[in-house]
Design a protein around this ligand. Structure first.
Ligand code: SF4
Length: 291
């Protein structure tokens, strides 16, 4: 039995692996091109970000959204024993490769933990716990164990279990789809900019949907499956997401909300949220269409 994995980032114990291992293309979220496996020009010698307080105005919104699910400190301190890629440059390629995999494994653990806690089916809870143990053991293995992990198979097993729990929990809800544009509330739906304010969206399956800039102000998303939904710029002021399914901190960080937005207990309110975004809306617009 391994110790409980820490799924929250601890940047003070990480060798800035997100700022080095990952590559970024210049976009609205990241102001420069940065190749993978190279330190960002804004990275300080102590592995801190030299523009941390100005990331959004400088065009690095993506950095304020990112979350490694605790992979960074595990790889830095456990897998590589606290010796950084600066101290031992030869370790850099392996460390960066391991980080990318452990991040995926820790994200799986985040979802499995929720599935285990929310299902009413004891068999599903046991299956989630067992799979989580296997994933956690893999993540805490040595570099070779991590690099040889069959991540694709694990993804499939996790996905199937999450879907089973989602179907179970959503079964008792009926969503209000009367005011939803063509394309509807379904997995992978294109709902960019859609007006979905002040609706009961309980139990809808919006996994993988595009909710970029969607107006969800004041809506109830209890038991709505939001696995992988793109919530960039979505307006969540006054929305109830306290019992939404498979919501992560990066999704919330990318959205807009206010002090009346209700979040699941595991998530925290992003620093950039204030009360400046009103939570009143003229209500759903039957004639509206997504972008
Ligand atoms: S801008 Fe700062 S937080 Fe973003 S990648 Fe560069 S060093 Fe890291």
């Amino acid at each position: 039995m391994t110790t409980e994995p820490n799924l929250r980032p601890d940047c003070g114990n990480c060798f800035a692996l997100c700022c080095t291992a990952l590559g970024f293309t210049r976009s609205a979220d990241f102001a420069i091109d940065k190749p993978a496996a190279s330190p960002c020009p804004s990275l300080g010698v102590d592995f801190s970000c030299t523009i941390h307080q100005r990331l959004r105005p400088r065009g690095f919104t993506g950095c304020t959204v990112f979350d490694c699910f605790g992979a960074g400190q595990l790889v830095s301190q456990h897998t590589f024993g606290g010796t950084s890629w600066r101290e031992r440059p030869a370790s850099a390629p392996g460390m960066f490769a391991v980080f990318k995999i452990v991040k995926q494994l820790h994200e799986m653990l985040w979802y499995l933990d929720e599935a285990r806690q929310r299902t009413f089916d004891p068999d599903l809870a046991t299956a989630a716990a067992s799979l989580a143990q296997h994933v956690a053991d893999t993540a805490r293995g040595d570099a070779t164990t991590v690099l040889e992990a069959d991540v694709e198979t694990l993804h499939g097993q996790v996905r199937n279990l999450l879907m089973e729990v989602s179907e179970e929990l959503r079964a008792s809800y009926g969503a209000d789809e009367r005011h939803v544009p063509d394309g509807g509330l379904q997995p992978g739906a294109d709902l960019m900019g859609a007006r979905l304010a002040n609706l009961s969206l309980c139990g809808v399956d919006l996994r993988g949907s595009y909710l970029i800039g969607a107006k969800l102000t004041g809506s109830d998303l209890s038991a709505a499956d939001l696995l992988g939904a793109d919530l960039r710029g979505a307006e969540l002021s006054g929305a109830d997401l306290s019992a939404a399914l498979y919501l992560t901190q990066p999704q919330i960080n990318a959205a807009e909300g206010n002090s009346r937005t209700l979040l699941p207990p595991r998530l925290h309110r992003p620093d950039h949220w204030g009360d400046s975004v009103p939570d009143s809306d003229s209500g759903p617009n039957p004639d509206s269409a997504p972008n």
